[in-house]
Design a protein around this ligand. Structure first.
Ligand code: NDP
Length: 484
């Protein structure tokens, strides 16, 4: 792949930033390889994009839903033709294995198709009026211009799961992708460009969070902001948008528990713990990081977990034999090392890994061994803070009631899972767990595009994305009363 500089996409045109500066994206599997560069945009360019989006919104909302849907179908078809290239760019830019990157790109295409169909669905209800001679109905209408701020860990799926519903319900969008996922996002925008959206309907502005992202949060012409990322940044965006009367939606971190009950299928639970905890190098907001095990099977479970974790192949995501790639960036690599040191310092027992990998070509990338801590207690930092890396914390409990209490003993509440065959435990878990995604005999990671997605507590602003839930955020309601 040749290194390329990508421009902003504003008002249907590719435009360079007046700053004259670019941000380079490097390959975390080989820090000497530059994957591409994007514009380091100024506030003026953001303002331009918002003005274009505002200007295009009326004509876009006046199209029939089916017509808007056709643009989404077209974008999906073009992405399908470019799937291999988009996925390769993703693997090179943020390190996840190529099969995972292809899976994510395919997911993006499916989301576009799902929401394309939404253009043909009901947009309101007929409500009986107390006046027999009147006709009353509700009608969903777009909120206007939507600002989309996304993280680097799903550089295709997250921008699309926000933009596709925003567009189908008649909004226009300005996307500011994470700096470390911007080249991949630019590839998606190349597809959007070819899909021929009317000028100004979709806009793409890269650059720093504090300039472009903050600019979106502050801009009075951005009616709604949808954000996925870290808690600090998210809360700040929520405060800024809320203070000016805008609508916002925040999806943030997780500290997801997986409970292993003594009656479970241990083999299935081990596989789900490793897959849910370490796939994507632990960089999914839904990754399990706390493994809460009943004492009766603790040793047996741990032994099998360690055996299987030792088989994990770590390497460049482009290599077909790789199960787990590098950390996505130097910053992430340093964060994970910090938490491993913190775990040791606070008295957790390192049962596996914990080291940086430097053998052969691995020394050129940000590789950390799959790491498992034993004897972790809930007061430890590694049991409370999101690590976003390949680190699991094993915790021992006596009863399922204790397990659920421990699972809830964090600020976050995104996803949670239990492995058990006991229906009483399943029902108690569904009832008492504080999480937006509740999963039984399945890993914590895993999202279905047609179902509501989002967390509780510090993981979210209580709004939901995806499926039909997206309609709540991306539309507002008119109640119409007609009297003849
Ligand atoms: P950040 O919060 O650092 O960044 C997210 C986005 O916000 C980026 O586009 C970033 O831009 C931008 N940004 C940074 N500073 C500001 C600012 N002051 N004002 C406005 N925007 C700003 O998160 P990461 O990219 O590091 O993503 C990882 C986080 O995302 C994890 O905490 C993870 O849990 C969470 N996440 C949550 C999911 C969920 O659905 N709940 C799903 C996936 C991830 P720039 O890159 O230029 O700094």
């Amino acid at each position: 792949m040749s290194e390329k500089t990508f421009l902003n996409y504003i008002g249907g045109e590719w435009k360079a930033s007046a700053s004259g500066e670019v941000v380079q994206s490097t390959n975390p599997a080989n820090k000497n390889e530059i994957v591409g560069s994007v514009q380091k945009s100024t506030r003026d360019e953001l303002d331009d994009a918002v003005a274009q989006a505002k200007g295009a919104q009326k004509a876009w909302r006046k199209l029939a839903g089916a017509e808007r849907g056709n643009y989404l179908y077209q974008a999906a078809a073009i992405m399908e033709e470019n799937l291999e290239e988009i996925a390769t760019t993703m693997t090179k830019e943020m390190g996840k294995s190529l099969p995972e990157a292809k899976g994510e790109t395919t997911r993006g295409i499916q989301i576009l198709k799902y929401y394309a169909g939404e253009g043909m669905r009901s947009e309101g209800d007929v409500i009986p009026s107390t006046d027999a001679s009147a006709f009353m109905f509700s009608k969903r209408v777009p909120v206007g211009v939507v600002g989309v701020i996304t993280p680097w860990n799903f550089p295709v799926a997250i921008p699309i799961w926000k933009m596709a519903p925003a567009l189908i319900y008649g909004n226009t969008v300005v996307l500011k992708p994470a700096s470390e996922g911007s080249v991949t996002a630019a590839k998606v925008f190349e597809c959007f460009d070819k899909a021929g959206f009317p000028a100004g309907v979709v806009n793409f502005v890269t650059g720093s969070g504090s300039v472009v992202g903050q600019g979106i949060a502050e801009h009075n012409d951005v009616n709604a902001v949808t954000f996925t990322g870290s808690n600090n940044v998210g809360r700040n965006i929520g405060n800024t948008v809320g203070a000016r009367g805008g609508k916002y939606q925040l999806e943030m971190g997780g500290k997801n528990p997986i409970i292993i009950a003594e009656d479970c299928d241990i083999e299935a639970a081990v596989d789900a713990t490793l897959s849910g905890g370490l796939k994507s190098t632990g960089q999914k907001c839904t990754c399990s990081s706390r493994v809460i095990v009943q004492s009766a099977i603790y040793d047996q479970f741990k032994e099998r977990l360690l055996e299987k974790a030792k088989e994990i192949t770590v390497g460049d995501g482009m290599d077909g034999s790789t199960w787990m790639g590098p950390c996505a960036s130097e910053g992430q690599f340093n964060t994970v090392k910090h938490y491993i040191a913190k775990g040791k310092e606070e008295g957790a027992t390192l049962a596996l890994g914990g080291n940086v990998l430097t053998e052969g070509n691995l020394k050129e990338g940000y590789y950390i061994e799959p790491t498992i801590f034993d004897n972790v207690t809930t007061d430890m930092t590694i049991a409370q803070e999101e690590i976003f890396g390949p680190v699991l914390a094993l915790m021992k409990v006596e009863t399922i009631e204790d397990a659920i209490d421990l699972a809830n003993d964090v600020d976050f509440g995104l996803s949670a899972s239990i492995f058990t065959k006991n229906i009483d435990h399943i029902l108690a878990f569904i009832d008492d767990i504080e999480a937006g995604l509740v999963r039984i005999n399945s890993e914590t990671a895993g999202v279905e595009l047609q179902a509501p997605f989002g967390g509780m507590k510090a993981s979210s602003s209580y709004s939901r994305e995806q499926g039909q839930a997206a309609k709540e955020f991306f539309t507002t309601t008119k109640t119409v009363f007609i009297k003849g």
